[in-house]
Design a protein around this ligand. Structure first.
Ligand code: PA5
Length: 447
C-alpha cells in the first residue's frame, strides 16, 4: 500500500533547508508534547490515538445504525455545523459520484445537510424537498447548544413527526453528542433516540473519526473501516519515534512556520480535483480555529483549480507576496476519459487527441506550480496516490497531527476557540435571549 507524501522542494529558495532542519528538534519536541499531554489544551488530545483505539465493536455499531437509516430512508439529513459537518461533507463529496443525487437506481440514501447555516430559504427548500419522501435525521452537536443545528432540528423533527408519527420518528432520528451534558443529550434521553457519544477530549474540528463523521459517512455507503485504516497508518507514520526526515507532520509544521516567519501570512490549499473542494473547507476550520488567535496565525484559504485560476489566478500570480500554496495532488484519476479527434479541429484541440483529460489536468498543475514559484509563491506538495477512503483517512490524520505541532510551534493553544463566542453573544443579545438582558441593553445602545 502506498502512502500520501509531502514535498517541500519548491519552498527552498524562499526559506533554506537549514532553516527548516533547524526547526526539527522544535517540531519533534512539540510532537512529544502532544504525546506526553503536557502542553496547552491538553484536555483535548483524545484525537491523537483515536484511530488506533477505535474497536471493531464500535465500528460495527455505527455500521448497524447506518444500515437502519439506509433501509428506512431515501434521504438522510445530517444536521451540524463546523466540525460536526465539514468532515462528513469532505469525505462524501470526494468519494461519491458528483451526480449521484440524479441517479435513478440509487444504492444509497441521498445525504443532505442542515444546521450549517441560518438561511430561511435554504430551510424552506429543504423542507419542500423532503415532503413525500422517506427521510431520517442525524443530529450532531458536541456541545448540544449550538443555535444553527438546534434550530434546524426543531423544524425537521416536527416535519418528520408530522409525516410518520412520533413513534416511527424516534427510529429515524440519531443524536450524536456529549455523554452527559447539553440540550441535545437531555432531549435524546427523553425521547429515547439512538445516540452516539463524542468524547469530551475530542474537539469539534478533530472529531471526523468519531461517530460525528463515521455515522453519516457510513450512511452514504462509504467504507469507514478503510477511512479509519488510513488514519491508523498515518498515526504510526507521524509518531515521535519517526525521525524528522521521514515525519511528514513535523516537516509540514516546521515548513509552514518558517514560511510564516518570513512574511508569508496566508496559506492557500489548492486542489486540481473539484471533488476535493470540501477537504479544503474542513482544513480551513482545522487550521483557522486552531491557530488564528492571540493576534497570530497563518490565514488558511483554499482554491479549486483550474477553476479558480480564472478568478483568483491573477492575485495568486501577481498580488501582494504574502502567500504560500499547498497543493493536494492526486496521482491517479478513478476513471478514464480520452480527448477525441475532431476532423474539423475548429477548436484547435487535436494536439490533445488521444490524451487523457487527467494528463491535461496534470500539465495544468505542473505549469501552475512553476508559474507560481516563479511569481514568488512557495509551493508545498502533498501527493495522494488516489482519492479513496484510505488515503482520505491518512490525509485527515496527517493534517490533524501537523496542526497540533504547528499550533504549539506558533505558541498558541491549538485546541480552544474562544473567538467564536463573540458573534454568539451579540446575536443572543439582539434576539433578547433570557439571561442576556445586560448585553441586550448595551448592544441596543450601540445601534
Ligand atoms: O471546533 C469546534 O469545536 C467548533 O467550531 C465546532 O465544530 C462548531 O462550533 C460546532 O459545535 P457543536 O458540535 O458543539 O454544535
Amino acid at each position: 500500500m502506498k502512502n500520501i507524501s509531502l514535498n517541500i522542494d519548491k519552498t527552498l529558495g524562499f526559506v533554506t533547508k537549514e532553516q527548516i532542519v533547524d526547526q526539527a528538534s522544535k517540531a519533534n519536541a512539540f510532537n512529544a508534547t502532544l504525546e506526553k499531554g503536557d502542553g496547552k489544551g491538553n484536555d483535548y488530545l483524545g484525537w491523537l490515538h483515536l484511530p488506533s483505539s477505535i474497536t471493531d465493536a464500535e465500528l460495527a455499531e455505527i455500521e448497524a445504525t447506518a444500515q437502519v437509516l439506509r433501509s428506512k430512508c431515501e434521504v438522510v439529513v445530517a444536521i451540524g455545523i463546523g466540525g460536526s459537518y465539514l468532515g462528513t461533507k469532505a469525505v462524501v463529496e470526494a468519494l461519491n459520484n458528483s451526480f449521484d443525487w440524479l441517479a435513478k437506481d440509487r444504492k444509497n440514501p441521498v445525504l443532505v445537510y442542515a444546521g450549517q447555516n441560518i438561511g430561511e430559504d435554504y430551510l424552506y427548500e429543504l423542507s419542500e424537498m423532503l415532503k413525500g419522501k422517506q427521510f431520517g435525521l442525524i443530529n450532531i452537536s458536541k456541545s448540544g447548544t449550538t443555535t444553527e443545528p438546534a434550530l434546524a432540528f426543531r423544524l425537521l423533527k416536527k416535519q418528520l413527526e408530522d409525516a410518520v408519527g412520533k413513534e416511527e420518528a424516534k427510529h429515524r432520528i440519531v443524536a450524536i453528542t456529549d455523554a452527559k451534558r447539553g440540550a441535545l443529550r437531555t432531549l435524546a434521553d427523553q425521547e429515547g433516540y439512538k445516540t452516539f457519544i463524542i468524547p469530551d477530549s475530542v474537539g469539534g474540528r478533530f472529531s471526523v473519526l468519531t461517530p460525528v463523521g463515521l455515522l453519516p459517512i457510513a450512511v452514504a455507503g462509504i467504507s469507514i473501516r478503510e477511512l479509519v485504516g488510513g488514519a491508523v497508518s498515518m498515526e504510526k507514520q507521524t509518531g515521535i519515534d519517526v525521525p524528522f526526515a521521514d515525519n511528514i507532520a513535523e516537516i509540514y509544521a516546521a515548513t509552514r512556520n518558517e514560511l510564516y516567519k518570513s512574511g508569508k501570512k496566508i496559506e492557500i490549499l489548492a486542489n486540481f480535483h473539484p471533488k476535493l473542494h470540501f477537504i479544503g473547507e474542513w482544513w480551513k476550520q482545522l487550521y483557522g480555529e486552531s491557530e488564528g488567535k492571540d493576534g497570530k496565525g497563518i490565514y488558511p484559504a483554499s482554491v479549486d483549480l483550474t477553476t479558480d485560476l480564472h478568478s483568483m489566478g491573477q492575485w495568486m500570480q501577481d498580488g501582494e507576496r504574502i502567500i504560500f500554496e499547498t497543493v493536494i495532488s492526486v496521482e491517479t484519476a478513478d476513471h478514464k476519459v480520452e480527448v477525441p479527434t475532431d476532423e474539423a479541429n475548429l477548436d484547435g484541440l487535436n494536439f490533445l487527441a488521444g490524451k487523457r483529460v487527467d494528463e491535461v489536468n496534470k500539465m495544468a498543475e505542473l505549469g501552475t506550480q512553476l508559474a507560481h514559484v516563479d511569481g514568488g509563491v512557495p509551493n508545498i506538495k502533498i501527493t495522494m496516490p488516489a482519492v479513496t477512503p484510505y488515503y482520505i483517512g491518512q490525509l485527515f490524520y496527517f493534517f490533524e497531527r501537523a496542526c497540533g505541532i504547528s499550533g504549539y510551534m506558533l505558541g498558541v493553544n491549538p485546541f480552544d476557540q474562544p473567538g467564536v463566542e463573540a458573534y454568539k453573544k451579540n446575536m443572543f443579545a439582539l434576539l433578547n435571549k433570557p439571561g442576556f438582558e445586560k448585553e441586550t441593553e448595551a448592544i441596543r445602545a450601540r445601534l
